[in-house]
Write a protein that binds this ligand. Structure first.
Ligand code: PBG
Length: 331
């Protein structure tokens, strides 16, 4: 038996730290991290999000400080999400098109003080609608084409405020092409589009909806526009359309339960492909760690390495500043 095994001992390479490092295939770096940040109206406000321990909604002044911290750590980009005052939400998402809304003010303030960090803004109507849907409603229906026209206008005010990357998370058909044409028509040729191409109707978004204040108000669910978790072929078609329409980068969301989708998209298209480790994934790791049931630090790193192994070029993760601090300390 010993003779048969001798040439096939997989454990040899694993024996020492130097050897494990030497044969390691995947590396997680600070450049892989995109930090999603929640902003709220006010001053010097840091409101904890109960279902996301360690995550806070920040007023614009503190978001600027967070951006400075991120830039110092070397995090390439932030993804901004607004908590809109409930009084400003309506059926028609009026506030989404206010060029002086919270997100535009946050973009301008961060760009003025931390110009070296990339800013990704969320294009979708849910933080602005009283019903919590990503599009406009007609009765029970989320209307596609009228929403797309609206999203183009939303993308334009973000670009005017200084956003570097427009990230439509709404899942309306045809929005990438329409936004690209809108941006180009207004002279924003350099503004990039990161398409939420394969965005699933997921239970893992719950804590995010707490953070942006849509959990209590959401009417029904999002299954008529977000993808069915059972589907994989459809993700290929979604990504193909988005790329054809002009997406510069694509994304899979949620992350951990959808690594197969991530791997398929990366190997099929070979374009910059991102994963979103969503709020519920963050909450699960955090909650288990706080209970002492798992080692939270190790689970955090392991989960992010797994995204890289599956083919991600980067990950939107609420762990971004923690991971970056750790990676920086390790040199
Ligand atoms: C909505 C949006 C959602 C997330 C990002 N943009 C939630 C949803 O679709 O209801 C979720 C992100 C997360 O859970 O961390 N446009």
């Amino acid at each position: 038996m010993a003779a048969i095994l001798s040439g096939r001992r997989m454990r040899r390479n694993r024996r020492t730290d130097w050897s494990r490092r030497m044969v390691r295939e995947t590396r997680l770096g600070i450049d892989d991290l995109i930090w999603p940040l929640f902003v709220v109206d006010g001053e010097k406000l840091a409101q904890p999000v109960a279902s996301m321990p360690g995550v806070e909604r920040l007023s614009v002044d503190l978001a600027v400080r967070a951006a400075e911290r991120a830039a110092t750590l070397g995090i390439p980009a932030l993804a901004l999400f607004p908590y809109t005052d409930p009084d400003l939400r309506d059926e028609g998402a009026t506030e989404a098109l206010n060029p002086d809304n919270l997100i535009c003010r946050a973009v301008r303030a961060i760009k003025a003080e931390v110009p070296e960090i990339g800013l990704i803004t969320d294009v979708a109507l849910d933080p602005y609608t009283s019903h919590g849907h990503d599009g406009l409603m007609n009765g029970d229906e989320i209307v596609n084409d009228a929403t797309v026209a609206y999203l183009v206008a939303q993308a334009l005010i973000h670009a005017e405020a200084g956003a570097d990357v427009i990230a439509p998370s709404d899942m309306m058909d045809g929005r990438i092409g329409a936004i690209r044409r809108g941006l180009d028509g207004a002279g924003f040729h350099a503004v990039q589009i990161m398409a939420y191409s394969a965005k699933y109707a997921s239970a893992f978004y719950g804590p995010f909806r707490d953070a942006v204040g849509t959990n209590k108000t959401l009417r029904g669910d999002k299954r008529t526009y977000q993808m069915d978790p059972a589907n994989s072929e459809e993700a290929i078609r979604e990504a193909a359309l988005d790329l054809d329409e002009g997406a510069d980068m694509i994304m899979v969301k949620p992350g951990m339960p959808y690594l197969d989708i991530l791997q398929r998209l990366k190997s099929t298209f070979g374009v910059p492909t991102f994963a979103y480790q969503v709020s519920g994934e963050y909450a699960m790791i955090r909650a288990a760690a706080l209970n002492g049931w798992i080692d939270g630090e190790r689970a955090m790193i392991e989960s992010l390495v797994a995204f890289k192994r599956a083919g991600a070029d980067g990950v939107l993760t609420y762990f971004a500043p923690l991971v970056a601090e750790r990676l920086k300390a390790e040199g």
